[in-house]
Each structure stands twice: as C-alpha cells, then as structure tokens.
Write a protein that binds this ligand. Structure first.
Ligand code: MOS
Length: 731
C-alpha cells in the first residue's frame, strides 16, 4: 500500500481497541521468566557450547603475535577464533570498525579472539590464557584538541540562510555560548548476546537486535554468504536504545565459533566489554549564537557543533534541531567531524536531537533571561508553523504552543521566581526550569503478514522487534481493531527474519510504521474475507467478531472454513513525507532542589506534555516517555564515559562506574498527551513518541539548577564539583 494522500476516516478511527490503555500482552511471559532472551534459547538446538570474547588491550596499533597454545590446551576448549583462522571477512554497511580485529587494531576492546569451550566457565578461564603482544600506534583521543581540524561531512551539509554574521552583529541582544555533552553509553540491561547454529551452509542466529533485515544483510556480508542462508531470530530484547540497531561481534563470532567447533555456540559480552567493544553516543561541543530584537524576536541563529568518530564514521547531528525549531531569518547550522580512535560512535536514543537539545534549550533559557522575558513566552514568541529555511514547507502539525500552555498551567509555572536563588527550604535551594522537546517523525517502509484461521484467531507475523517498547501490544491492538475482534483473538509473532520485513525499532519510527504495515496487510485480509463470504469489500463491516453487510451477519471465522486465509502487504511512504515537515513536540517542566552545602541536585518533580499524533496505547506510550525522561535525568546529572586521553578508552566501563539513575533518583513523573491525530503521518494517524521524551529534558534540569542556584553549568553532566565553589553562602 502506498501512502501518498492524507488518511481519511478508516477502521482505526473507531478506537475500540487502539487508543485504549492496554498492558503488555507479553507481560506475563516476561514476569514469569518464560520469554526467552537471546542467551536463553537453551532447548532450541542440542549440544550448545560457550564462547567468550577477548578484547584488545590497546586502542590503536597492531597485534605482533598471539600465543594460543596454553588456552587451546585448557580444559574443555573446543576452538579459538581469531582473524588468522576466520577466513576473509567482509564489512557490514552499518559497522564502522571491524567486528573481529587483528592484526590491525582500530579501538580498545575490539574483539581479537573468541574462545569456545564446553562450559561457560571453561571458556572464560581459557580466555584469560590467551596471550597477545601488541605494537601500540599513536592515536587521537581528545575531541576538543581536534576541533579546528574537524571536517564537514556529506551526511550533514551546512544550512546557511540569509546573512547570519550581519544580523547577529546588528542584534541589540546577543548570546554567544559554548556547551559540551560527554560520550554516553546505552547501558541497556541485556548485553549483546547471540547463539549461532549451522545446518550445512544455512546459519540460524538467535540474537538481540532492533533491525532484523539490516542485520541479516550485514551478517551475510560479513561472513561472505548469501543473505538467504541467514536466519535471525530475536523475539525478546532487554533494551537497545540504538546500541542494537546493528549486528555486533557476538553474532559474527558466534557464527564463526560454531563453524570452527562444529556445534552451536552462544556468546554474550561480559558487562566490562560492553562499553568499549560496542557503540556509544559521541561527545559534542556546541557553540550557539542567538541574536534578537529588544522585544525578543530572534533575527539570527547559529548552531555549530563538533563530534568525533573512528575513520569512516559519522557525525553526531547535534545542531540539526536548530534548522527547524525556532523562527529567525538569518541562520547557520553546521556540524564538523573529527577523526578519533576511541570506540565507535553511533546512534543512541534520539541521535542528534538528544545532545543538540541539551545545548539549544539552555541557550534559549539564557537568551530569555538576557531579554527579561519569561522562557516559555520567549519560545512561544518565536514559534514557526513552517520550515524557517524552506518556508513553502509547513509542519503537518505543530502544537508546540499548546504543549507549553498546558504545561505551564499544570505545573504551576506562574508561581516560579524568575530571580535565581530566590527560593530556599532550609539548606535546599529550589528552582524550576523548562525546555522544549522536539524530534522528527521518520517514516520507513514496513511489511506484515496476517492469517485468519477457522477458530477466528488472527495471527500477525512481521520481523518488527519489541525492545521493551510495547510493539507486541500495539500490533495486536491494530489487528484487533481492523478485524473487529478482541485482543485475546490476536497472536503476534515478531523478530524473525522469515517474516515480512518491517521498519524495525529505531528512530522512534517503529510504532507508527510497523502498525501501519499491519494495517495494510489487514486491509488485504478484510478484502479476502469479504470475497470468501460473497460480500463487497467496501461494504463489509468488521465488528464484535462478525462481518456484516446490510442485514447479513457472519462470524469472522466462517471465512476461514475452507482453509486459512493469508494476506501480506507493506506500507510505503511516498510524497507526503517530502511535502510536509513531520515532527513531534513537547514541553518539559522540572523542579529541583540543590543542596547549598554539597551541590547535590535532587529532581523533585517532572512534567512532560507531548504532541505526537494519535497515541496508540496510552500505557506503553507513557512508559516510553517516563523512560526517556529518566534517561534525561541521567544525561543531565550523572552519565559520562570518562575518556583516558593518553591510552584512548572509556575508563568507567561497568555499571559501577557508569552511573545511571535509580528509582530513588526519580520523583513523580507526569506525562500529558495532547489529543490529536495526524492524517499526514500514516493511516494510523500516529507518530513516534519513544525518543521525543528524552529531547530537552536535560536542559530543563540544567535550567532548573540555574534557577535554584544562579550557577549556569554548560558542560554536562551537572555534577556537584562544577558548582561547589560557586554555591551561595549557607544561612
Ligand atoms: Mo534509535 S537511536 O534509532 O534505536
């Protein structure tokens, strides 16, 4: 199905099942431990062996020699995979560094060997016995030091509009400030894990992966085998946040290990390997200049950023939101990329926008203060309903102002003191801050197959994944709504490359796009049902487990009496995504308390108001937003991969050193969704919501900390050492 005109009314609009708060249909399987995660397919194939990965001890250079003799002779060892015996490996489209290093080493903890043994303990013990001698080469590890030599990239050309320099120089009120965001880790609960089994030249890999089709392609390319010989199975995923968009070394090495050992092999990365072996969100430096008239109209806006990656890597598009978020005639938006020899930078929840909004929304707060305008009013005053550069292009929907107005009222913004440091409760300094949330709505082709059997059971099959987001549930809701049945009549099967190719879980597009693919397949199934029953497809109504036209009512399963009905289709997004700018919007409001003696920040309350099209399931959508807000608290106050600039690795590479929020750090969080649907986005009239919630929230916290203390921290995370010497005297 081509989606090329705005959706008119359709069966989803009934909202009998869609839009209803629904708990996860696979929840009981997870809470009772029956849902198998990647490392837990214990009975899928017999004779499973265990592989343990050895990571490089240097960041850049080469392996001079490897001594495997002792390891090979250790108890239970079946095989040791290294670059020397792996055969020629290709490189997948989505990987920057090789997933098996050697003799060249591209980054710290790059895999250099897989030790396969009868038991996990034997494999781990033998991995310690692998001896590697390295020749270290000089690497570049410091983003700030390389800033001046960073390069423009093809994927993000500069946006230049009007005369920024002239307009900025002429502006009566100006801001010129630089912000930094650190390298961050996905730190998902489930590590990378895969089990591989060969049957002749056919490979099956049980893994934990967000994008099944990308990963089948990349795994086949890496191993140099036909794509049709690779099957990926990933039904349950313990978090990904972008880290599992691509295959990683666990999948490749499990396949190589299984080939060498002649039996199935499972591989999980130990937590200390996760941080340097895999990908991370790259650090950024962002310079923002804003010029405005005395009454607060933005006339000049420049957002210039810098990030780094391995040779051949990509830039973190942090300045991108400044292309679209606020009005202003004269603008410059750019990103520059440095070559660094740190581990691979790549996508993490709202890549680009998340770190970009961390900077831009502090800058907007600083500018509002200079202008002596309320920060909410400043944003409303500079709202735009069209792309500020390409003014012919309007937003499909943009209800940012309503988000802001709803938020100010609900939060009680009017009782905030504009003067920083004006609210105290004993030793605690109290402050409120706000920021805008903004994330584009991406559209990706998505397919599905639906079946109807003579029991009236509707089965959906698609290679869509559920990374903890609720895909199973919204897909079941979609099929139930379309076929006029209750949720318990729908079975959903996901995460298997033998199913039709879906959009996958990425870029907050998964929910809207995968359900639209299911919608398309159900339109076909409805037609097949009507035809079987001798009804006209456009006249048939599907409701309460029955199909009806005029006075005739037939139980749905009647249509499958003569054999199961199967329909398959995909949704393809065409012109509409080019004609309209499609984005999602929100507003974050936060109250913090900062200890006037220690600088410790406690977040006291958080509110997000989101406008993200039709909300398919308020329960799982709210979970997405509060999860994203929680991640924003981590980004604001705790998260930072500490770079060893001499040796080139992330020092705090475990969950003891890489701090993320725990329950005690998170107060009551409230989420409000504006009631809307966006017929330009898809037949579901929904949009993405999973990444919107992280965008801007860290800046709202930074702005609240400023309001509490008068201390403006422009380098994340806002740890107490950055405030200690500036705190006001105790009273
Ligand atoms: Mo998202 S960072 O595209 O999983």
């Amino acid at each position: 199905m081509k989606f090329d005109t705005p959706a008119t009314s359709n069966p989803i609009d009934q909202m009998k099942v869609i839009g209803k708060a629904t708990t996860r249909i696979e929840g009981p399987l997870k809470t009772t431990g029956q849902a198998p995660y990647a490392y837990e397919h214990h009975t899928a194939v017999p004779n499973q062996a265990y592989g343990v990965v050895v990571g490089s001890a240097i960041a850049k250079g080469r392996i001079a020699s490897m001594d495997l003799e002792v390891a090979q002779a250790a108890p239970g060892v079946l095989a040791i995979v290294t670059a020397a015996n792996a055969g020629k490996l290709g490189k997948g489209k989505y990987n920057t560094a090789k997933l098996l290093g050697g003799p060249e080493i591209e980054h710290y903890h790059q895999a250099v060997a897989l030790v396969v043994a009868q038991t996990f303990e034997q494999a781990r013990a033998a991995a310690e016995l692998v001896k590697v001698d390295y020749v270290r080469a000089k690497g570049v590890f410091d983003l700030a030091a390389t800033r001046d030599s960073a390069k423009q990239t093809k994927e993000m050309p500069d946006t230049v509009h009007g005369d920024f320099e002239g307009a900025f120089a002429a502006a009566p009120v100006q801001l010129d400030a630089t912000y930094t965001t650190p390298d961050q880790a996905h730190a998902m609960m489930e590590p990378f894990a895969s089990m591989a089994a060969w049957d002749g030249d056919k490979l099956t890999v049980w893994t934990s992966n967000q994008m099944i089709d990308w990963s089948v392609t990349d795994l086949a390319t890496t191993l140099g085998i036909p794509k049709k010989n690779v099957r990926l199975i990933s039904p349950y995923i313990g978090g990904g946040f972008g880290g599992k968009l691509f295959i990683r070394c666990d999948a490749v090495l499990a396949a190589l290990g299984a080939r060498l050992a002649g039996r199935p092999v499972k591989v999980a990365l130990a937590r200390p390997l996760m941080f340097n072996n895999s990908t991370h969100r790259p650090a950024t430096i962002q310079r923002i200049r804003i010029g405005a008239t005395a009454d607060g109209k933005i006339t000049a806006m420049a957002h210039e950023g810098w990030s780094g990656d391995l040779p051949g890597g990509k830039v973190e598009r942090a300045s991108q939101p400044s292309q679209l978020l606020y009005a202003g005639e004269n603008r410059r938006v750019s990103m520059r990329l440095s070559t660094l020899n740190l581990p691979e930078g790549n996508a993490m929840r709202a890549p680009g926008e998340a770190p970009g909004m961390m900077a831009l929304e502090i800058a907007m707060d600083e500018m509002a203060e200079k202008l002596k305008i309320d920060p909410v009013e400043f944003r409303i005053f500079n709202d735009t309903q069209v792309d500020p550069v390409n003014t012919q292009r309007s937003f499909s929907q943009r209800r940012l102002i309503e988000c802001l107005r709803t938020g100010t009222e609900r939060f009680g913004w009017s009782s905030r003191q504009a003067q920083p440091g004006a609210q105290r409760e004993g030793r605690w300094l109290i402050g409120q801050g706000m920021a805008v949330a903004f994330r584009n709505n991406l559209l990706v082709k998505s397919g599905a197959r639906v079946r109807l059997n003579d029991q009236g059971i509707v089965t959906v099959e698609t290679d869509m994944t559920d990374i903890g987001t609720g895909s199973y549930t919204i897909i079941a809701q979609t099929a139930a709504e379309m076929m006029g049945v209750t949720l318990d009549k729908v079975l959903v099967r996901l995460g298997d490359s033998s199913f039709p190719v879906s959009a996958g879980s990425g870029g907050q597009f998964g929910g809207n796009c995968s359900t639209s693919g299911v919608y398309a397949a159900c339109v076909k199934l409805r037609a097949a049902v009507a035809q079987r029953l001798g009804m006209k497809p456009d006249e048939a109504t599907f409701a309460d487990g029955e199909v009806s036209t005029g006075d005739r009512r037939v139980p749905l399963q009647e249509a499958a009496r003569g054999g199961e009905l199967v329909a398959e289709d995909s949704i393809e997004f065409a012109e509409l995504s080019k004609i309209f700018q499609q984005s999602t919007f929100g507003a974050h409001f936060v109250e913090v308390a900062v200890d006037s003696a220690t600088g410790e920040t406690r977040v006291r309350r958080m509110l997000a108001v989101c406008a993200a099209g039709r909300i398919l399931n308020p329960t799982s959508a709210r979970s997405q937003v509060i999860g994203a807000m929680t991640m924003g608290v981590g980004a604001a106050l705790m998260e930072e991969l500490a770079v060893d600039k001499r040796l080139g690795f992330f020092v705090n590479h475990d969950l003891a050193g890489y701090e993320v929020p725990v329950h005690a750090d998170i107060p009551h969080q409230e989420v409000i969704f504006l009631e809307e649907d966006d017929p330009v986005s898809s037949p579901m009239k929904a949009k993405g919501v999973g990444e919107l919630g992280i965008c801007g929230v860290s800046a709202a916290i930074a702005n609240a900390v400023y309001n509490a203390t008068g201390i403006r921290v422009r380098d994340y995370p806002i740890t107490l050492d950055k405030m200690l010497d500036k705190l006001p005297p105790m009273i």
